[in-house]
Write a protein that binds this ligand. Structure first.
Ligand code: ARG
Length: 486
């Protein structure tokens, strides 16, 4: 499972040294394709070519893919059982070394695939060279990357659910807490804070379903597509697909090694979810601003100013807001890298991994920090309530009453209510504080009954339509939500 704590993986010893651009590395030709090469690469060539400093994050997936491939080669009698056993033993040792931080990664060995293969040769000798039969790094990396994204989706789904639970818990505590609902950031109609928070839980539910969708589509195996055209060895792609938990082998070998739309789809879900987090983060900064004073964050989730002692800043929210931009950028980076590539593989595709790792890490961090803030926040129901009383937000309720009880056309009712708002504004009071005489001076038919609908509580409680903000409805919505969370 994807785990942000493993972002840096096991401690490592590497890597690319900064060397003058013209110098050669002094290395001999690469042992893994050296047949055609007499000399090693220039230092800068090695530097631009190597991906080991980031693609080592694929090591678990790479080892899993190699194990499945090895077992299949044995089952199909393409390699001997003894060689197969030696390879599997060597792969286990390598996994142990990487886990424990003793594996030395070499930039000269370019990427995770070649690092592991070279180490395997050191451990088990020539049998190691048989693992790459009927395989290429092209189908290998495509397989590893799909497996990694699949794990990332599972981990992020868990993080989304944790945030949804935090939102539901806070919503439950504030089913009856009233605050202004805004359009144009202008007080519009009173809503409950529970209802407001549930809106985000809904957005996150769609993100979860987008990830599930993406997972379903990516879950096909490229392994066995080899370099691009398939192989003449009698491999069994169905076996390796099943062993790796894929639904089926990909149907076209050229597509299998070229396709990265699964990564683009993953990044677009990250970007969308990042935007959802960003909107909530923006609201937190607004609610926390002293001008609103709707919420407070504890010391655990706020920062101070080095110069202004009175400050308490919602830095985590601000960072979450900005990090949405990173994820949008990650998506753009990948799409732009892919858009001009003729089939099949091109080295451009090595640039597919960093944006995906970055977005997965960023979203995980944002979801976790947001869940922390939601749990941490204290709600100032009095300030919310006072704000709700300020904006003449029951004007719609008043207009609706005029329609229902006096039979006025809505447009006329709107005008009457508007005039009454103006009267209240002049008097510096709320609509509910106007006297009946004030009301009747504008519309003679108004009766005392109108006061039943123009208080904040009544306005909120009356919005009982499905999906509406009435506390009774919000309670049902929370219960229904809990039902559908896994
Ligand atoms: N490190 C490479 C990548 O991530 C692996 C595939 C290399 N394939 C090749 N034909 N050079 O794309």
């Amino acid at each position: 499972m994807y785990d942000a704590a493993r972002r840096q993986d096991a401690p490592i010893a590497i890597m690319t040294k900064k060397t003058p651009t013209s110098a050669a590395t002094g290395a001999a030709a690469n042992a893994l394709w050296g047949g055609r090469f007499a000399a090693g690469p220039a230092a800068v060539m090695q530097e631009i070519n190597a991906s080991i400093d980031f693609d080592r994050r694929l090591y678990r997936q790479d080892l899993a893919g190699s194990r499945a491939h090895c077992r299949m080669l044995v089952a199909q009698k393409i390699i001997s059982a003894e060689d197969g056993a030696a390879i599997l033993r060597g792969l286990d040792e390598i996994e142990h070394q990487i886990d424990s931080g003793t594996f030395v990664f070499a930039a000269a060995l370019e990427d995770i695939h070649l690092n592991i293969e070279a180490r395997l040769k050191e451990r088990i000798g020539d049998a190691a060279g048989r693992l790459h039969t009927a395989r290429s790094r092209n189908d290998q990396v495509a397989t590893d990357f799909r497996l990694w994204v699949r794990d990332a989706i599972d981990g992020l789904t868990t993080s989304i659910i944790a945030l949804q639970r935090a939102l539901l818990a806070k919503a439950e505590a504030h089913v009856d807490t009233v605050l202004p609902g805004y359009t144009h950031l202008q007080a519009a109609q009173p809503v409950t804070f529970g209802h407001h928070l549930l809106a985000y839980a809904e957005m996150l539910d769609r993100d979860r379903s987008r990830f599930a969708d993406c997972r379903k589509r990516l879950n096909e195996s490229p392994l066995g597509a080899a370099a691009l055209a398939g192989t003449s060895f009698p491999i069994d792609r169905h076996q390796t697909a099943a062993a790796l938990g894929f639904e089926r082998p990909m149907a076209n070998s050229m597509d299998a090694v070229s396709a990265r739309d699964f990564a683009a789809e993953f990044l677009s879900v990250c970007a969308i979810s990042g935007v959802h987090l960003s909107r909530l983060a923006e609201e937190i900064t607004i609610w926390m601003s002293p001008a609103f004073g709707f919420i407070a964050l504890s010391d655990a989730f706020s920062t101070g100013s080095s110069i202004m002692p009175q400050k308490r800043n919602p830095d985590a929210a601000e960072l979450i807001r900005a990090k949405a931009g990173r994820m949008i950028g990650d998506l753009a980076t990948l799409l732009i890298a892919l858009k001009g590539l003729a089939l099949t593989y091109a080295k451009d595709m090595q640039e597919d991994k960093e944006p995906v790792f970055d977005a997965a890490d960023t979203l995980h961090l944002g979801l976790t920090a947001m869940a922390g803030m939601i749990g941490d926040m204290t709600v100032n129901a009095t300030a919310m309530r006072a704000a709700a009383e300020r904006g003449f937000m029951t004007a719609t309720d008043l207009a609706d009453w005029l329609v229902r009880r006096l039979g006025l056309p809505f447009r006329r009712a709107h005008e009457v209510a508007g005039r009454l708002v103006r009267v209240a504004e002049t008097k510096g009071c709320d609509l509910a504080a106007l006297s009946l005489a004030d009301m009747q001076a504008v519309e003679s038919g108004i009766t005392r009954e109108v006061y039943d609908v123009i208080t904040i509580e009544r306005a909120v409680a009356s919005r009982t339509s499905y999906g509406g903000t009435a506390p009774a409805r919000v309670r049902e919505a929370i219960a229904a939500f809990k039902e559908r969370l896994p």
